[in-house]
Structure formats: structure tokens, C-alpha cells
Design a protein around this ligand. Structure first.
Ligand code: NAP
Ligand code: 3JM
Length: 348
């Protein structure tokens, strides 16, 4: 496709937690928008959304919805992507997919623009947006890899409920109110909507995000492990993860332990590299109690890093506290950023 003066964009999952943020971001996008199509399930068809002063009707997503669409941004779950993304590609759209449906396919680039923007060019119709927890971690790891080399990563996450969609945020709010009113809490969404058991998230911590795999890790943990190696082009990198859901609404936090290849580095060396990295804001001043938190990261596009420390017993070990808005850099912003680069580099 040659460079166009205006692009026809579709958002699939337009009524969801991620879709709503994508629409917000499209108000200010660098992409010249010719038209915007908003798609969801039949449940939402007919509702309207106001975009730049005009009312847009939500339509049910079907294969025919993609006729004439240049760029389709999918955030409606893996099964919708598996069914409709190939239909969109067949009709000439480039798909940027926010689900895990195609992330590990060899033909599909898995992209965080600050890390591997050049992979976008190799797409064959679908570009995948990584998992939210992976995105913020690799954004912080890449500058360290480029400067010093890294060999091992061990991460524990502290993830917000909005990562499980709008219904999980509604569940937390209701449980918190019930608990404080002395009523019994009901759980039907978390940890995983369709799984056998549910636990309250309010005033709790759940060491399960997504379903369990045969190896005892959850799928979320395996996404972090496999996606990190693919995005960084480092199949040999050692990565292990523990993913935990906590009772706050927005932004994921992560405790990241990274082993660097170079010996004799100081905290100041690592801090300097991160301060100069694109998309990263360092907030790290223990004497002033400065560090990022989920509440302070909410609404921002960047990845925040604080609590940079050296392992007292290992010359090559460093700890980072990495926080970012899961719905923005973790999902909607990374998607729109990929779309902007596709258009800027004429890679459609
Ligand atoms: P959500 O708040 O539950 O929203 C789900 C959206 O999908 C709604 O717009 C819903 O439309 C739509 N949908 C559901 N079934 C559909 C169908 N059969 N056909 C068309 N649309 C359908 O979830 P969310 O948090 O926005 O997440 C959506 C998806 O994005 C997730 O399932 C996940 O795969 C992905 N995600 C990715 C990241 C990331 O880090 N990359 C982060 C979060 C989520 P209705 O309102 O009509 O039901
Ligand atoms: C974040 O297919 C589904 O039901 C969606 C599950 C899901 C995913 C996923 O696997 O695509 C919920 C929340 C993600 C994600 O980004 O990996």
C-alpha cells in the first residue's frame, strides 16, 4: 500500500477497557484519520460513542466489517482475534492484535516500538502487541541489555484488576463495598472468568493470572517468559516469572531482578542508562522517598523505574521497581504507537 492522505481505522472491542483507551488516544494520533469504525459484540451494536464531536454507532464485528479498512486494532479477546483477524487481513487490512492469539507465531512480529520497532517491517498482515506485563519489563531491560548485556531475569508482578477487563474492576468495587458493610463478598470473575474456582480480590492477593499450564506456571507467567525472549531476540535469556493480582484498579508494578554481563557496575551506571532511554522515566531518590506507584503512573504513557539497587551478594545482580499504566503502555498506547510507526514508515 502506498502512502495515503488518510487512513480508515477500525477498533474491535471498542466498548472494553482497552478499546475505550484506544479511542481516547486516537483523538490525538499523528495518523491522518479518514474514518473510524467501532466494532464490538452484538450486545453493544447500536450504542453510540462521541468522537471529535460526531456520534459513531457501534457495529457488530463480522468478516464484512473490514471491507475498506486500512488498519484494524483488535482488543476483544483471543477467540475473536483468531476468527476475525485473518478475515480482516484477507480484505486488505493490517491488524494490530492486542491478544495472545498470534504472539508466538513465527510470521507475526511482536513489537514494543522502543525495543524492536524494526520488526514491524517484516509483517505479513498481523502485528502482535505483547502482554501488558511483558511490555513494561522489556522497555526497562532493553537499554540495560544494549549497554551492559544481560543473562538472567527474575520478575514478580503486582498487577491491577483492570488487566482482566471492565468486569473485574466492577467486581473489585462491589466486593470492597460489601466487605466494608460487613456483607459476604461474591466472586465470579477473578482470577479467571471461565476457570473452575473464584476468589475475592478485595483486601486479598491472588497468585494466579490466567489459567494454569501443565508445568505449574500460569499462562500469564509463560507469556512473560516466552514473549520477552522473542521481543529481545534473545532465545538464550533466562527468564522466570511469578504473576500476582492485587486489589487496585490501574497500572501494574513489577519487582525485576536482572543479572548483567558486565562486572563492577554501580547503581549510578544503571540509573544513567535508564534516564537516557526512550519512554522511560526514572523516579528514584530514596532520601526523598521518591519512587513510582500505580496511582502516580495512571494516565501516563511512559514506563517508570525506581528502587534501583545492587544485590549485596552478587556483583552482577540489580533490582528494579517498574511501574506503568497497563491500559496505556501495556495495551492501548503500545498499539497506537505501532500503528503510528506503520504509517510514518509507510510499512502497511
Ligand atoms: P473488556 O473490558 O472485557 O472488553 C472486551 C471487549 O471485547 C468489549 O468491547 C466487548 O464487546 C468485546 N467483545 C467481546 N466478545 C466479542 C465478540 N464476540 N465480538 C466482538 N467483540 C467482542 O476487556 P479488555 O480489558 O478491554 O480486553 C480485551 C482484550 O484485549 C483481552 O481479552 C485481551 O486479549 C486483550 N488485552 C490485552 C492486553 C495487553 O496487555 N496487550 C491488556 C488487556 C487486554 P461488548 O461490550 O459488546 O461485550
Ligand atoms: C490480557 O482470550 C481471552 O479471553 C483474553 C485473555 C487475556 C489476554 C490474552 O491472552 O490475550 C486477558 C487479558 C491478555 C493478554 O494481553 O495476554
Amino acid at each position: 500500500m502506498g502512502k495515503k492522505s488518510a487512513y480508515r481505522v477500525a477498533v474491535v472491542g471498542a466498548t472494553g477497557a482497552v478499546g475505550e483507551r484506544i479511542i481516547d488516544l486516537l483523538h490525538h494520533t499523528k495518523i491522518p484519520l479518514g474514518s473510524l469504525k467501532l466494532l464490538a459484540s452484538s450486545r453493544s451494536a447500536g450504542k453510540t460513542v462521541t468522537f471529535k464531536g460526531k456520534e459513531i454507532k457501534i457495529e457488530e464485528a463480522t468478516p464484512e466489517s473490514f471491507e475498506g479498512v486500512d488498519i484494524a486494532l483488535f482488543s476483544a479477546g483471543g477467540s475473536v482475534s483468531k476468527k476475525l483477524a485473518p478475515e480482516a487481513v484477507k480484505r486488505g487490512s493490517v491488524v494490530i492484535d492486542n491478544t495472545s492469539a498470534f504472539r508466538m507465531d513465527e510470521q507475526v512480529p511482536l513489537v514494543v516500538p522502543e525495543v524492536n520497532a524494526e520488526d514491524i517491517k517484516a509483517h505479513q498482515g498481523i502485528i502482535a502487541n505483547p502482554n501488558c506485563s511483558t511490555i513494561q519489563m522489556v522497555a526497562a531491560l532493553k537499554p540495560i541489555q544494549d549497554a551492559f548485556g544481560i543473562s538472567r531475569v527474575i520478575v514478580s508482578t503486582y498487577q491491577a484488576v483492570s488487566g482482566s477487563g471492565t468486569s473485574a474492576s466492577v467486581e473489585l468495587e462491589k466486593q470492597a463495598k460489601d466487605y466494608l458493610a460487613g456483607k459476604e463478598m461474591e466472586a465470579s470473575i477473578l482470577p479467571v472468568k471461565g476457570d473452575k474456582r473464584h476468589y475475592p480480590i478485595a483486601f486479598n492477593a491472588l497468585p494466579q493470572i490466567d489459567v494454569f499450564e501443565k508445568n505449574g506456571y500460569t499462562f500469564e507467567e509463560m507469556k512473560m517468559i516466552n514473549e520477552t525472549k522473542k521481543i529481545m531476540h534473545m532465545p538464550q535469556l533466562k527468564v522466570s516469572a511469578t504473576c500476582v493480582r492485587l486489589p487496585f484498579f490501574r497500572s501494574h508494578a513489577e519487582s525485576v531482578y536482572v543479572e548483567v554481563n558486565e562486572q563492577g557496575l554501580t547503581v549510578a551506571d544503571v540509573r544513567k542508562i535508564l534516564e537516557n532511554a526512550p519512554g522511560i522515566i526514572v523516579q528514584d531518590n530514596p532520601s526523598q522517598q521518591e519512587y513510582p506507584t500505580p496511582l502516580t503512573a495512571e494516565g501516563h504513557k511512559e514506563v517508570f523505574v525506581g528502587r534501583i539497587r545492587k544485590d549485596p551478594d552478587d556483583e552482577r545482580g540489580f533490582h528494579l521497581w517498574v511501574v506503568s499504566d497497563n491500559l496505556l503502555k501495556g495495551a492501548a498506547w503500545n498499539t497506537v504507537e505501532i500503528a503510528e510507526q506503520l504509517v510514518a514508515n509507510n510499512s502497511l
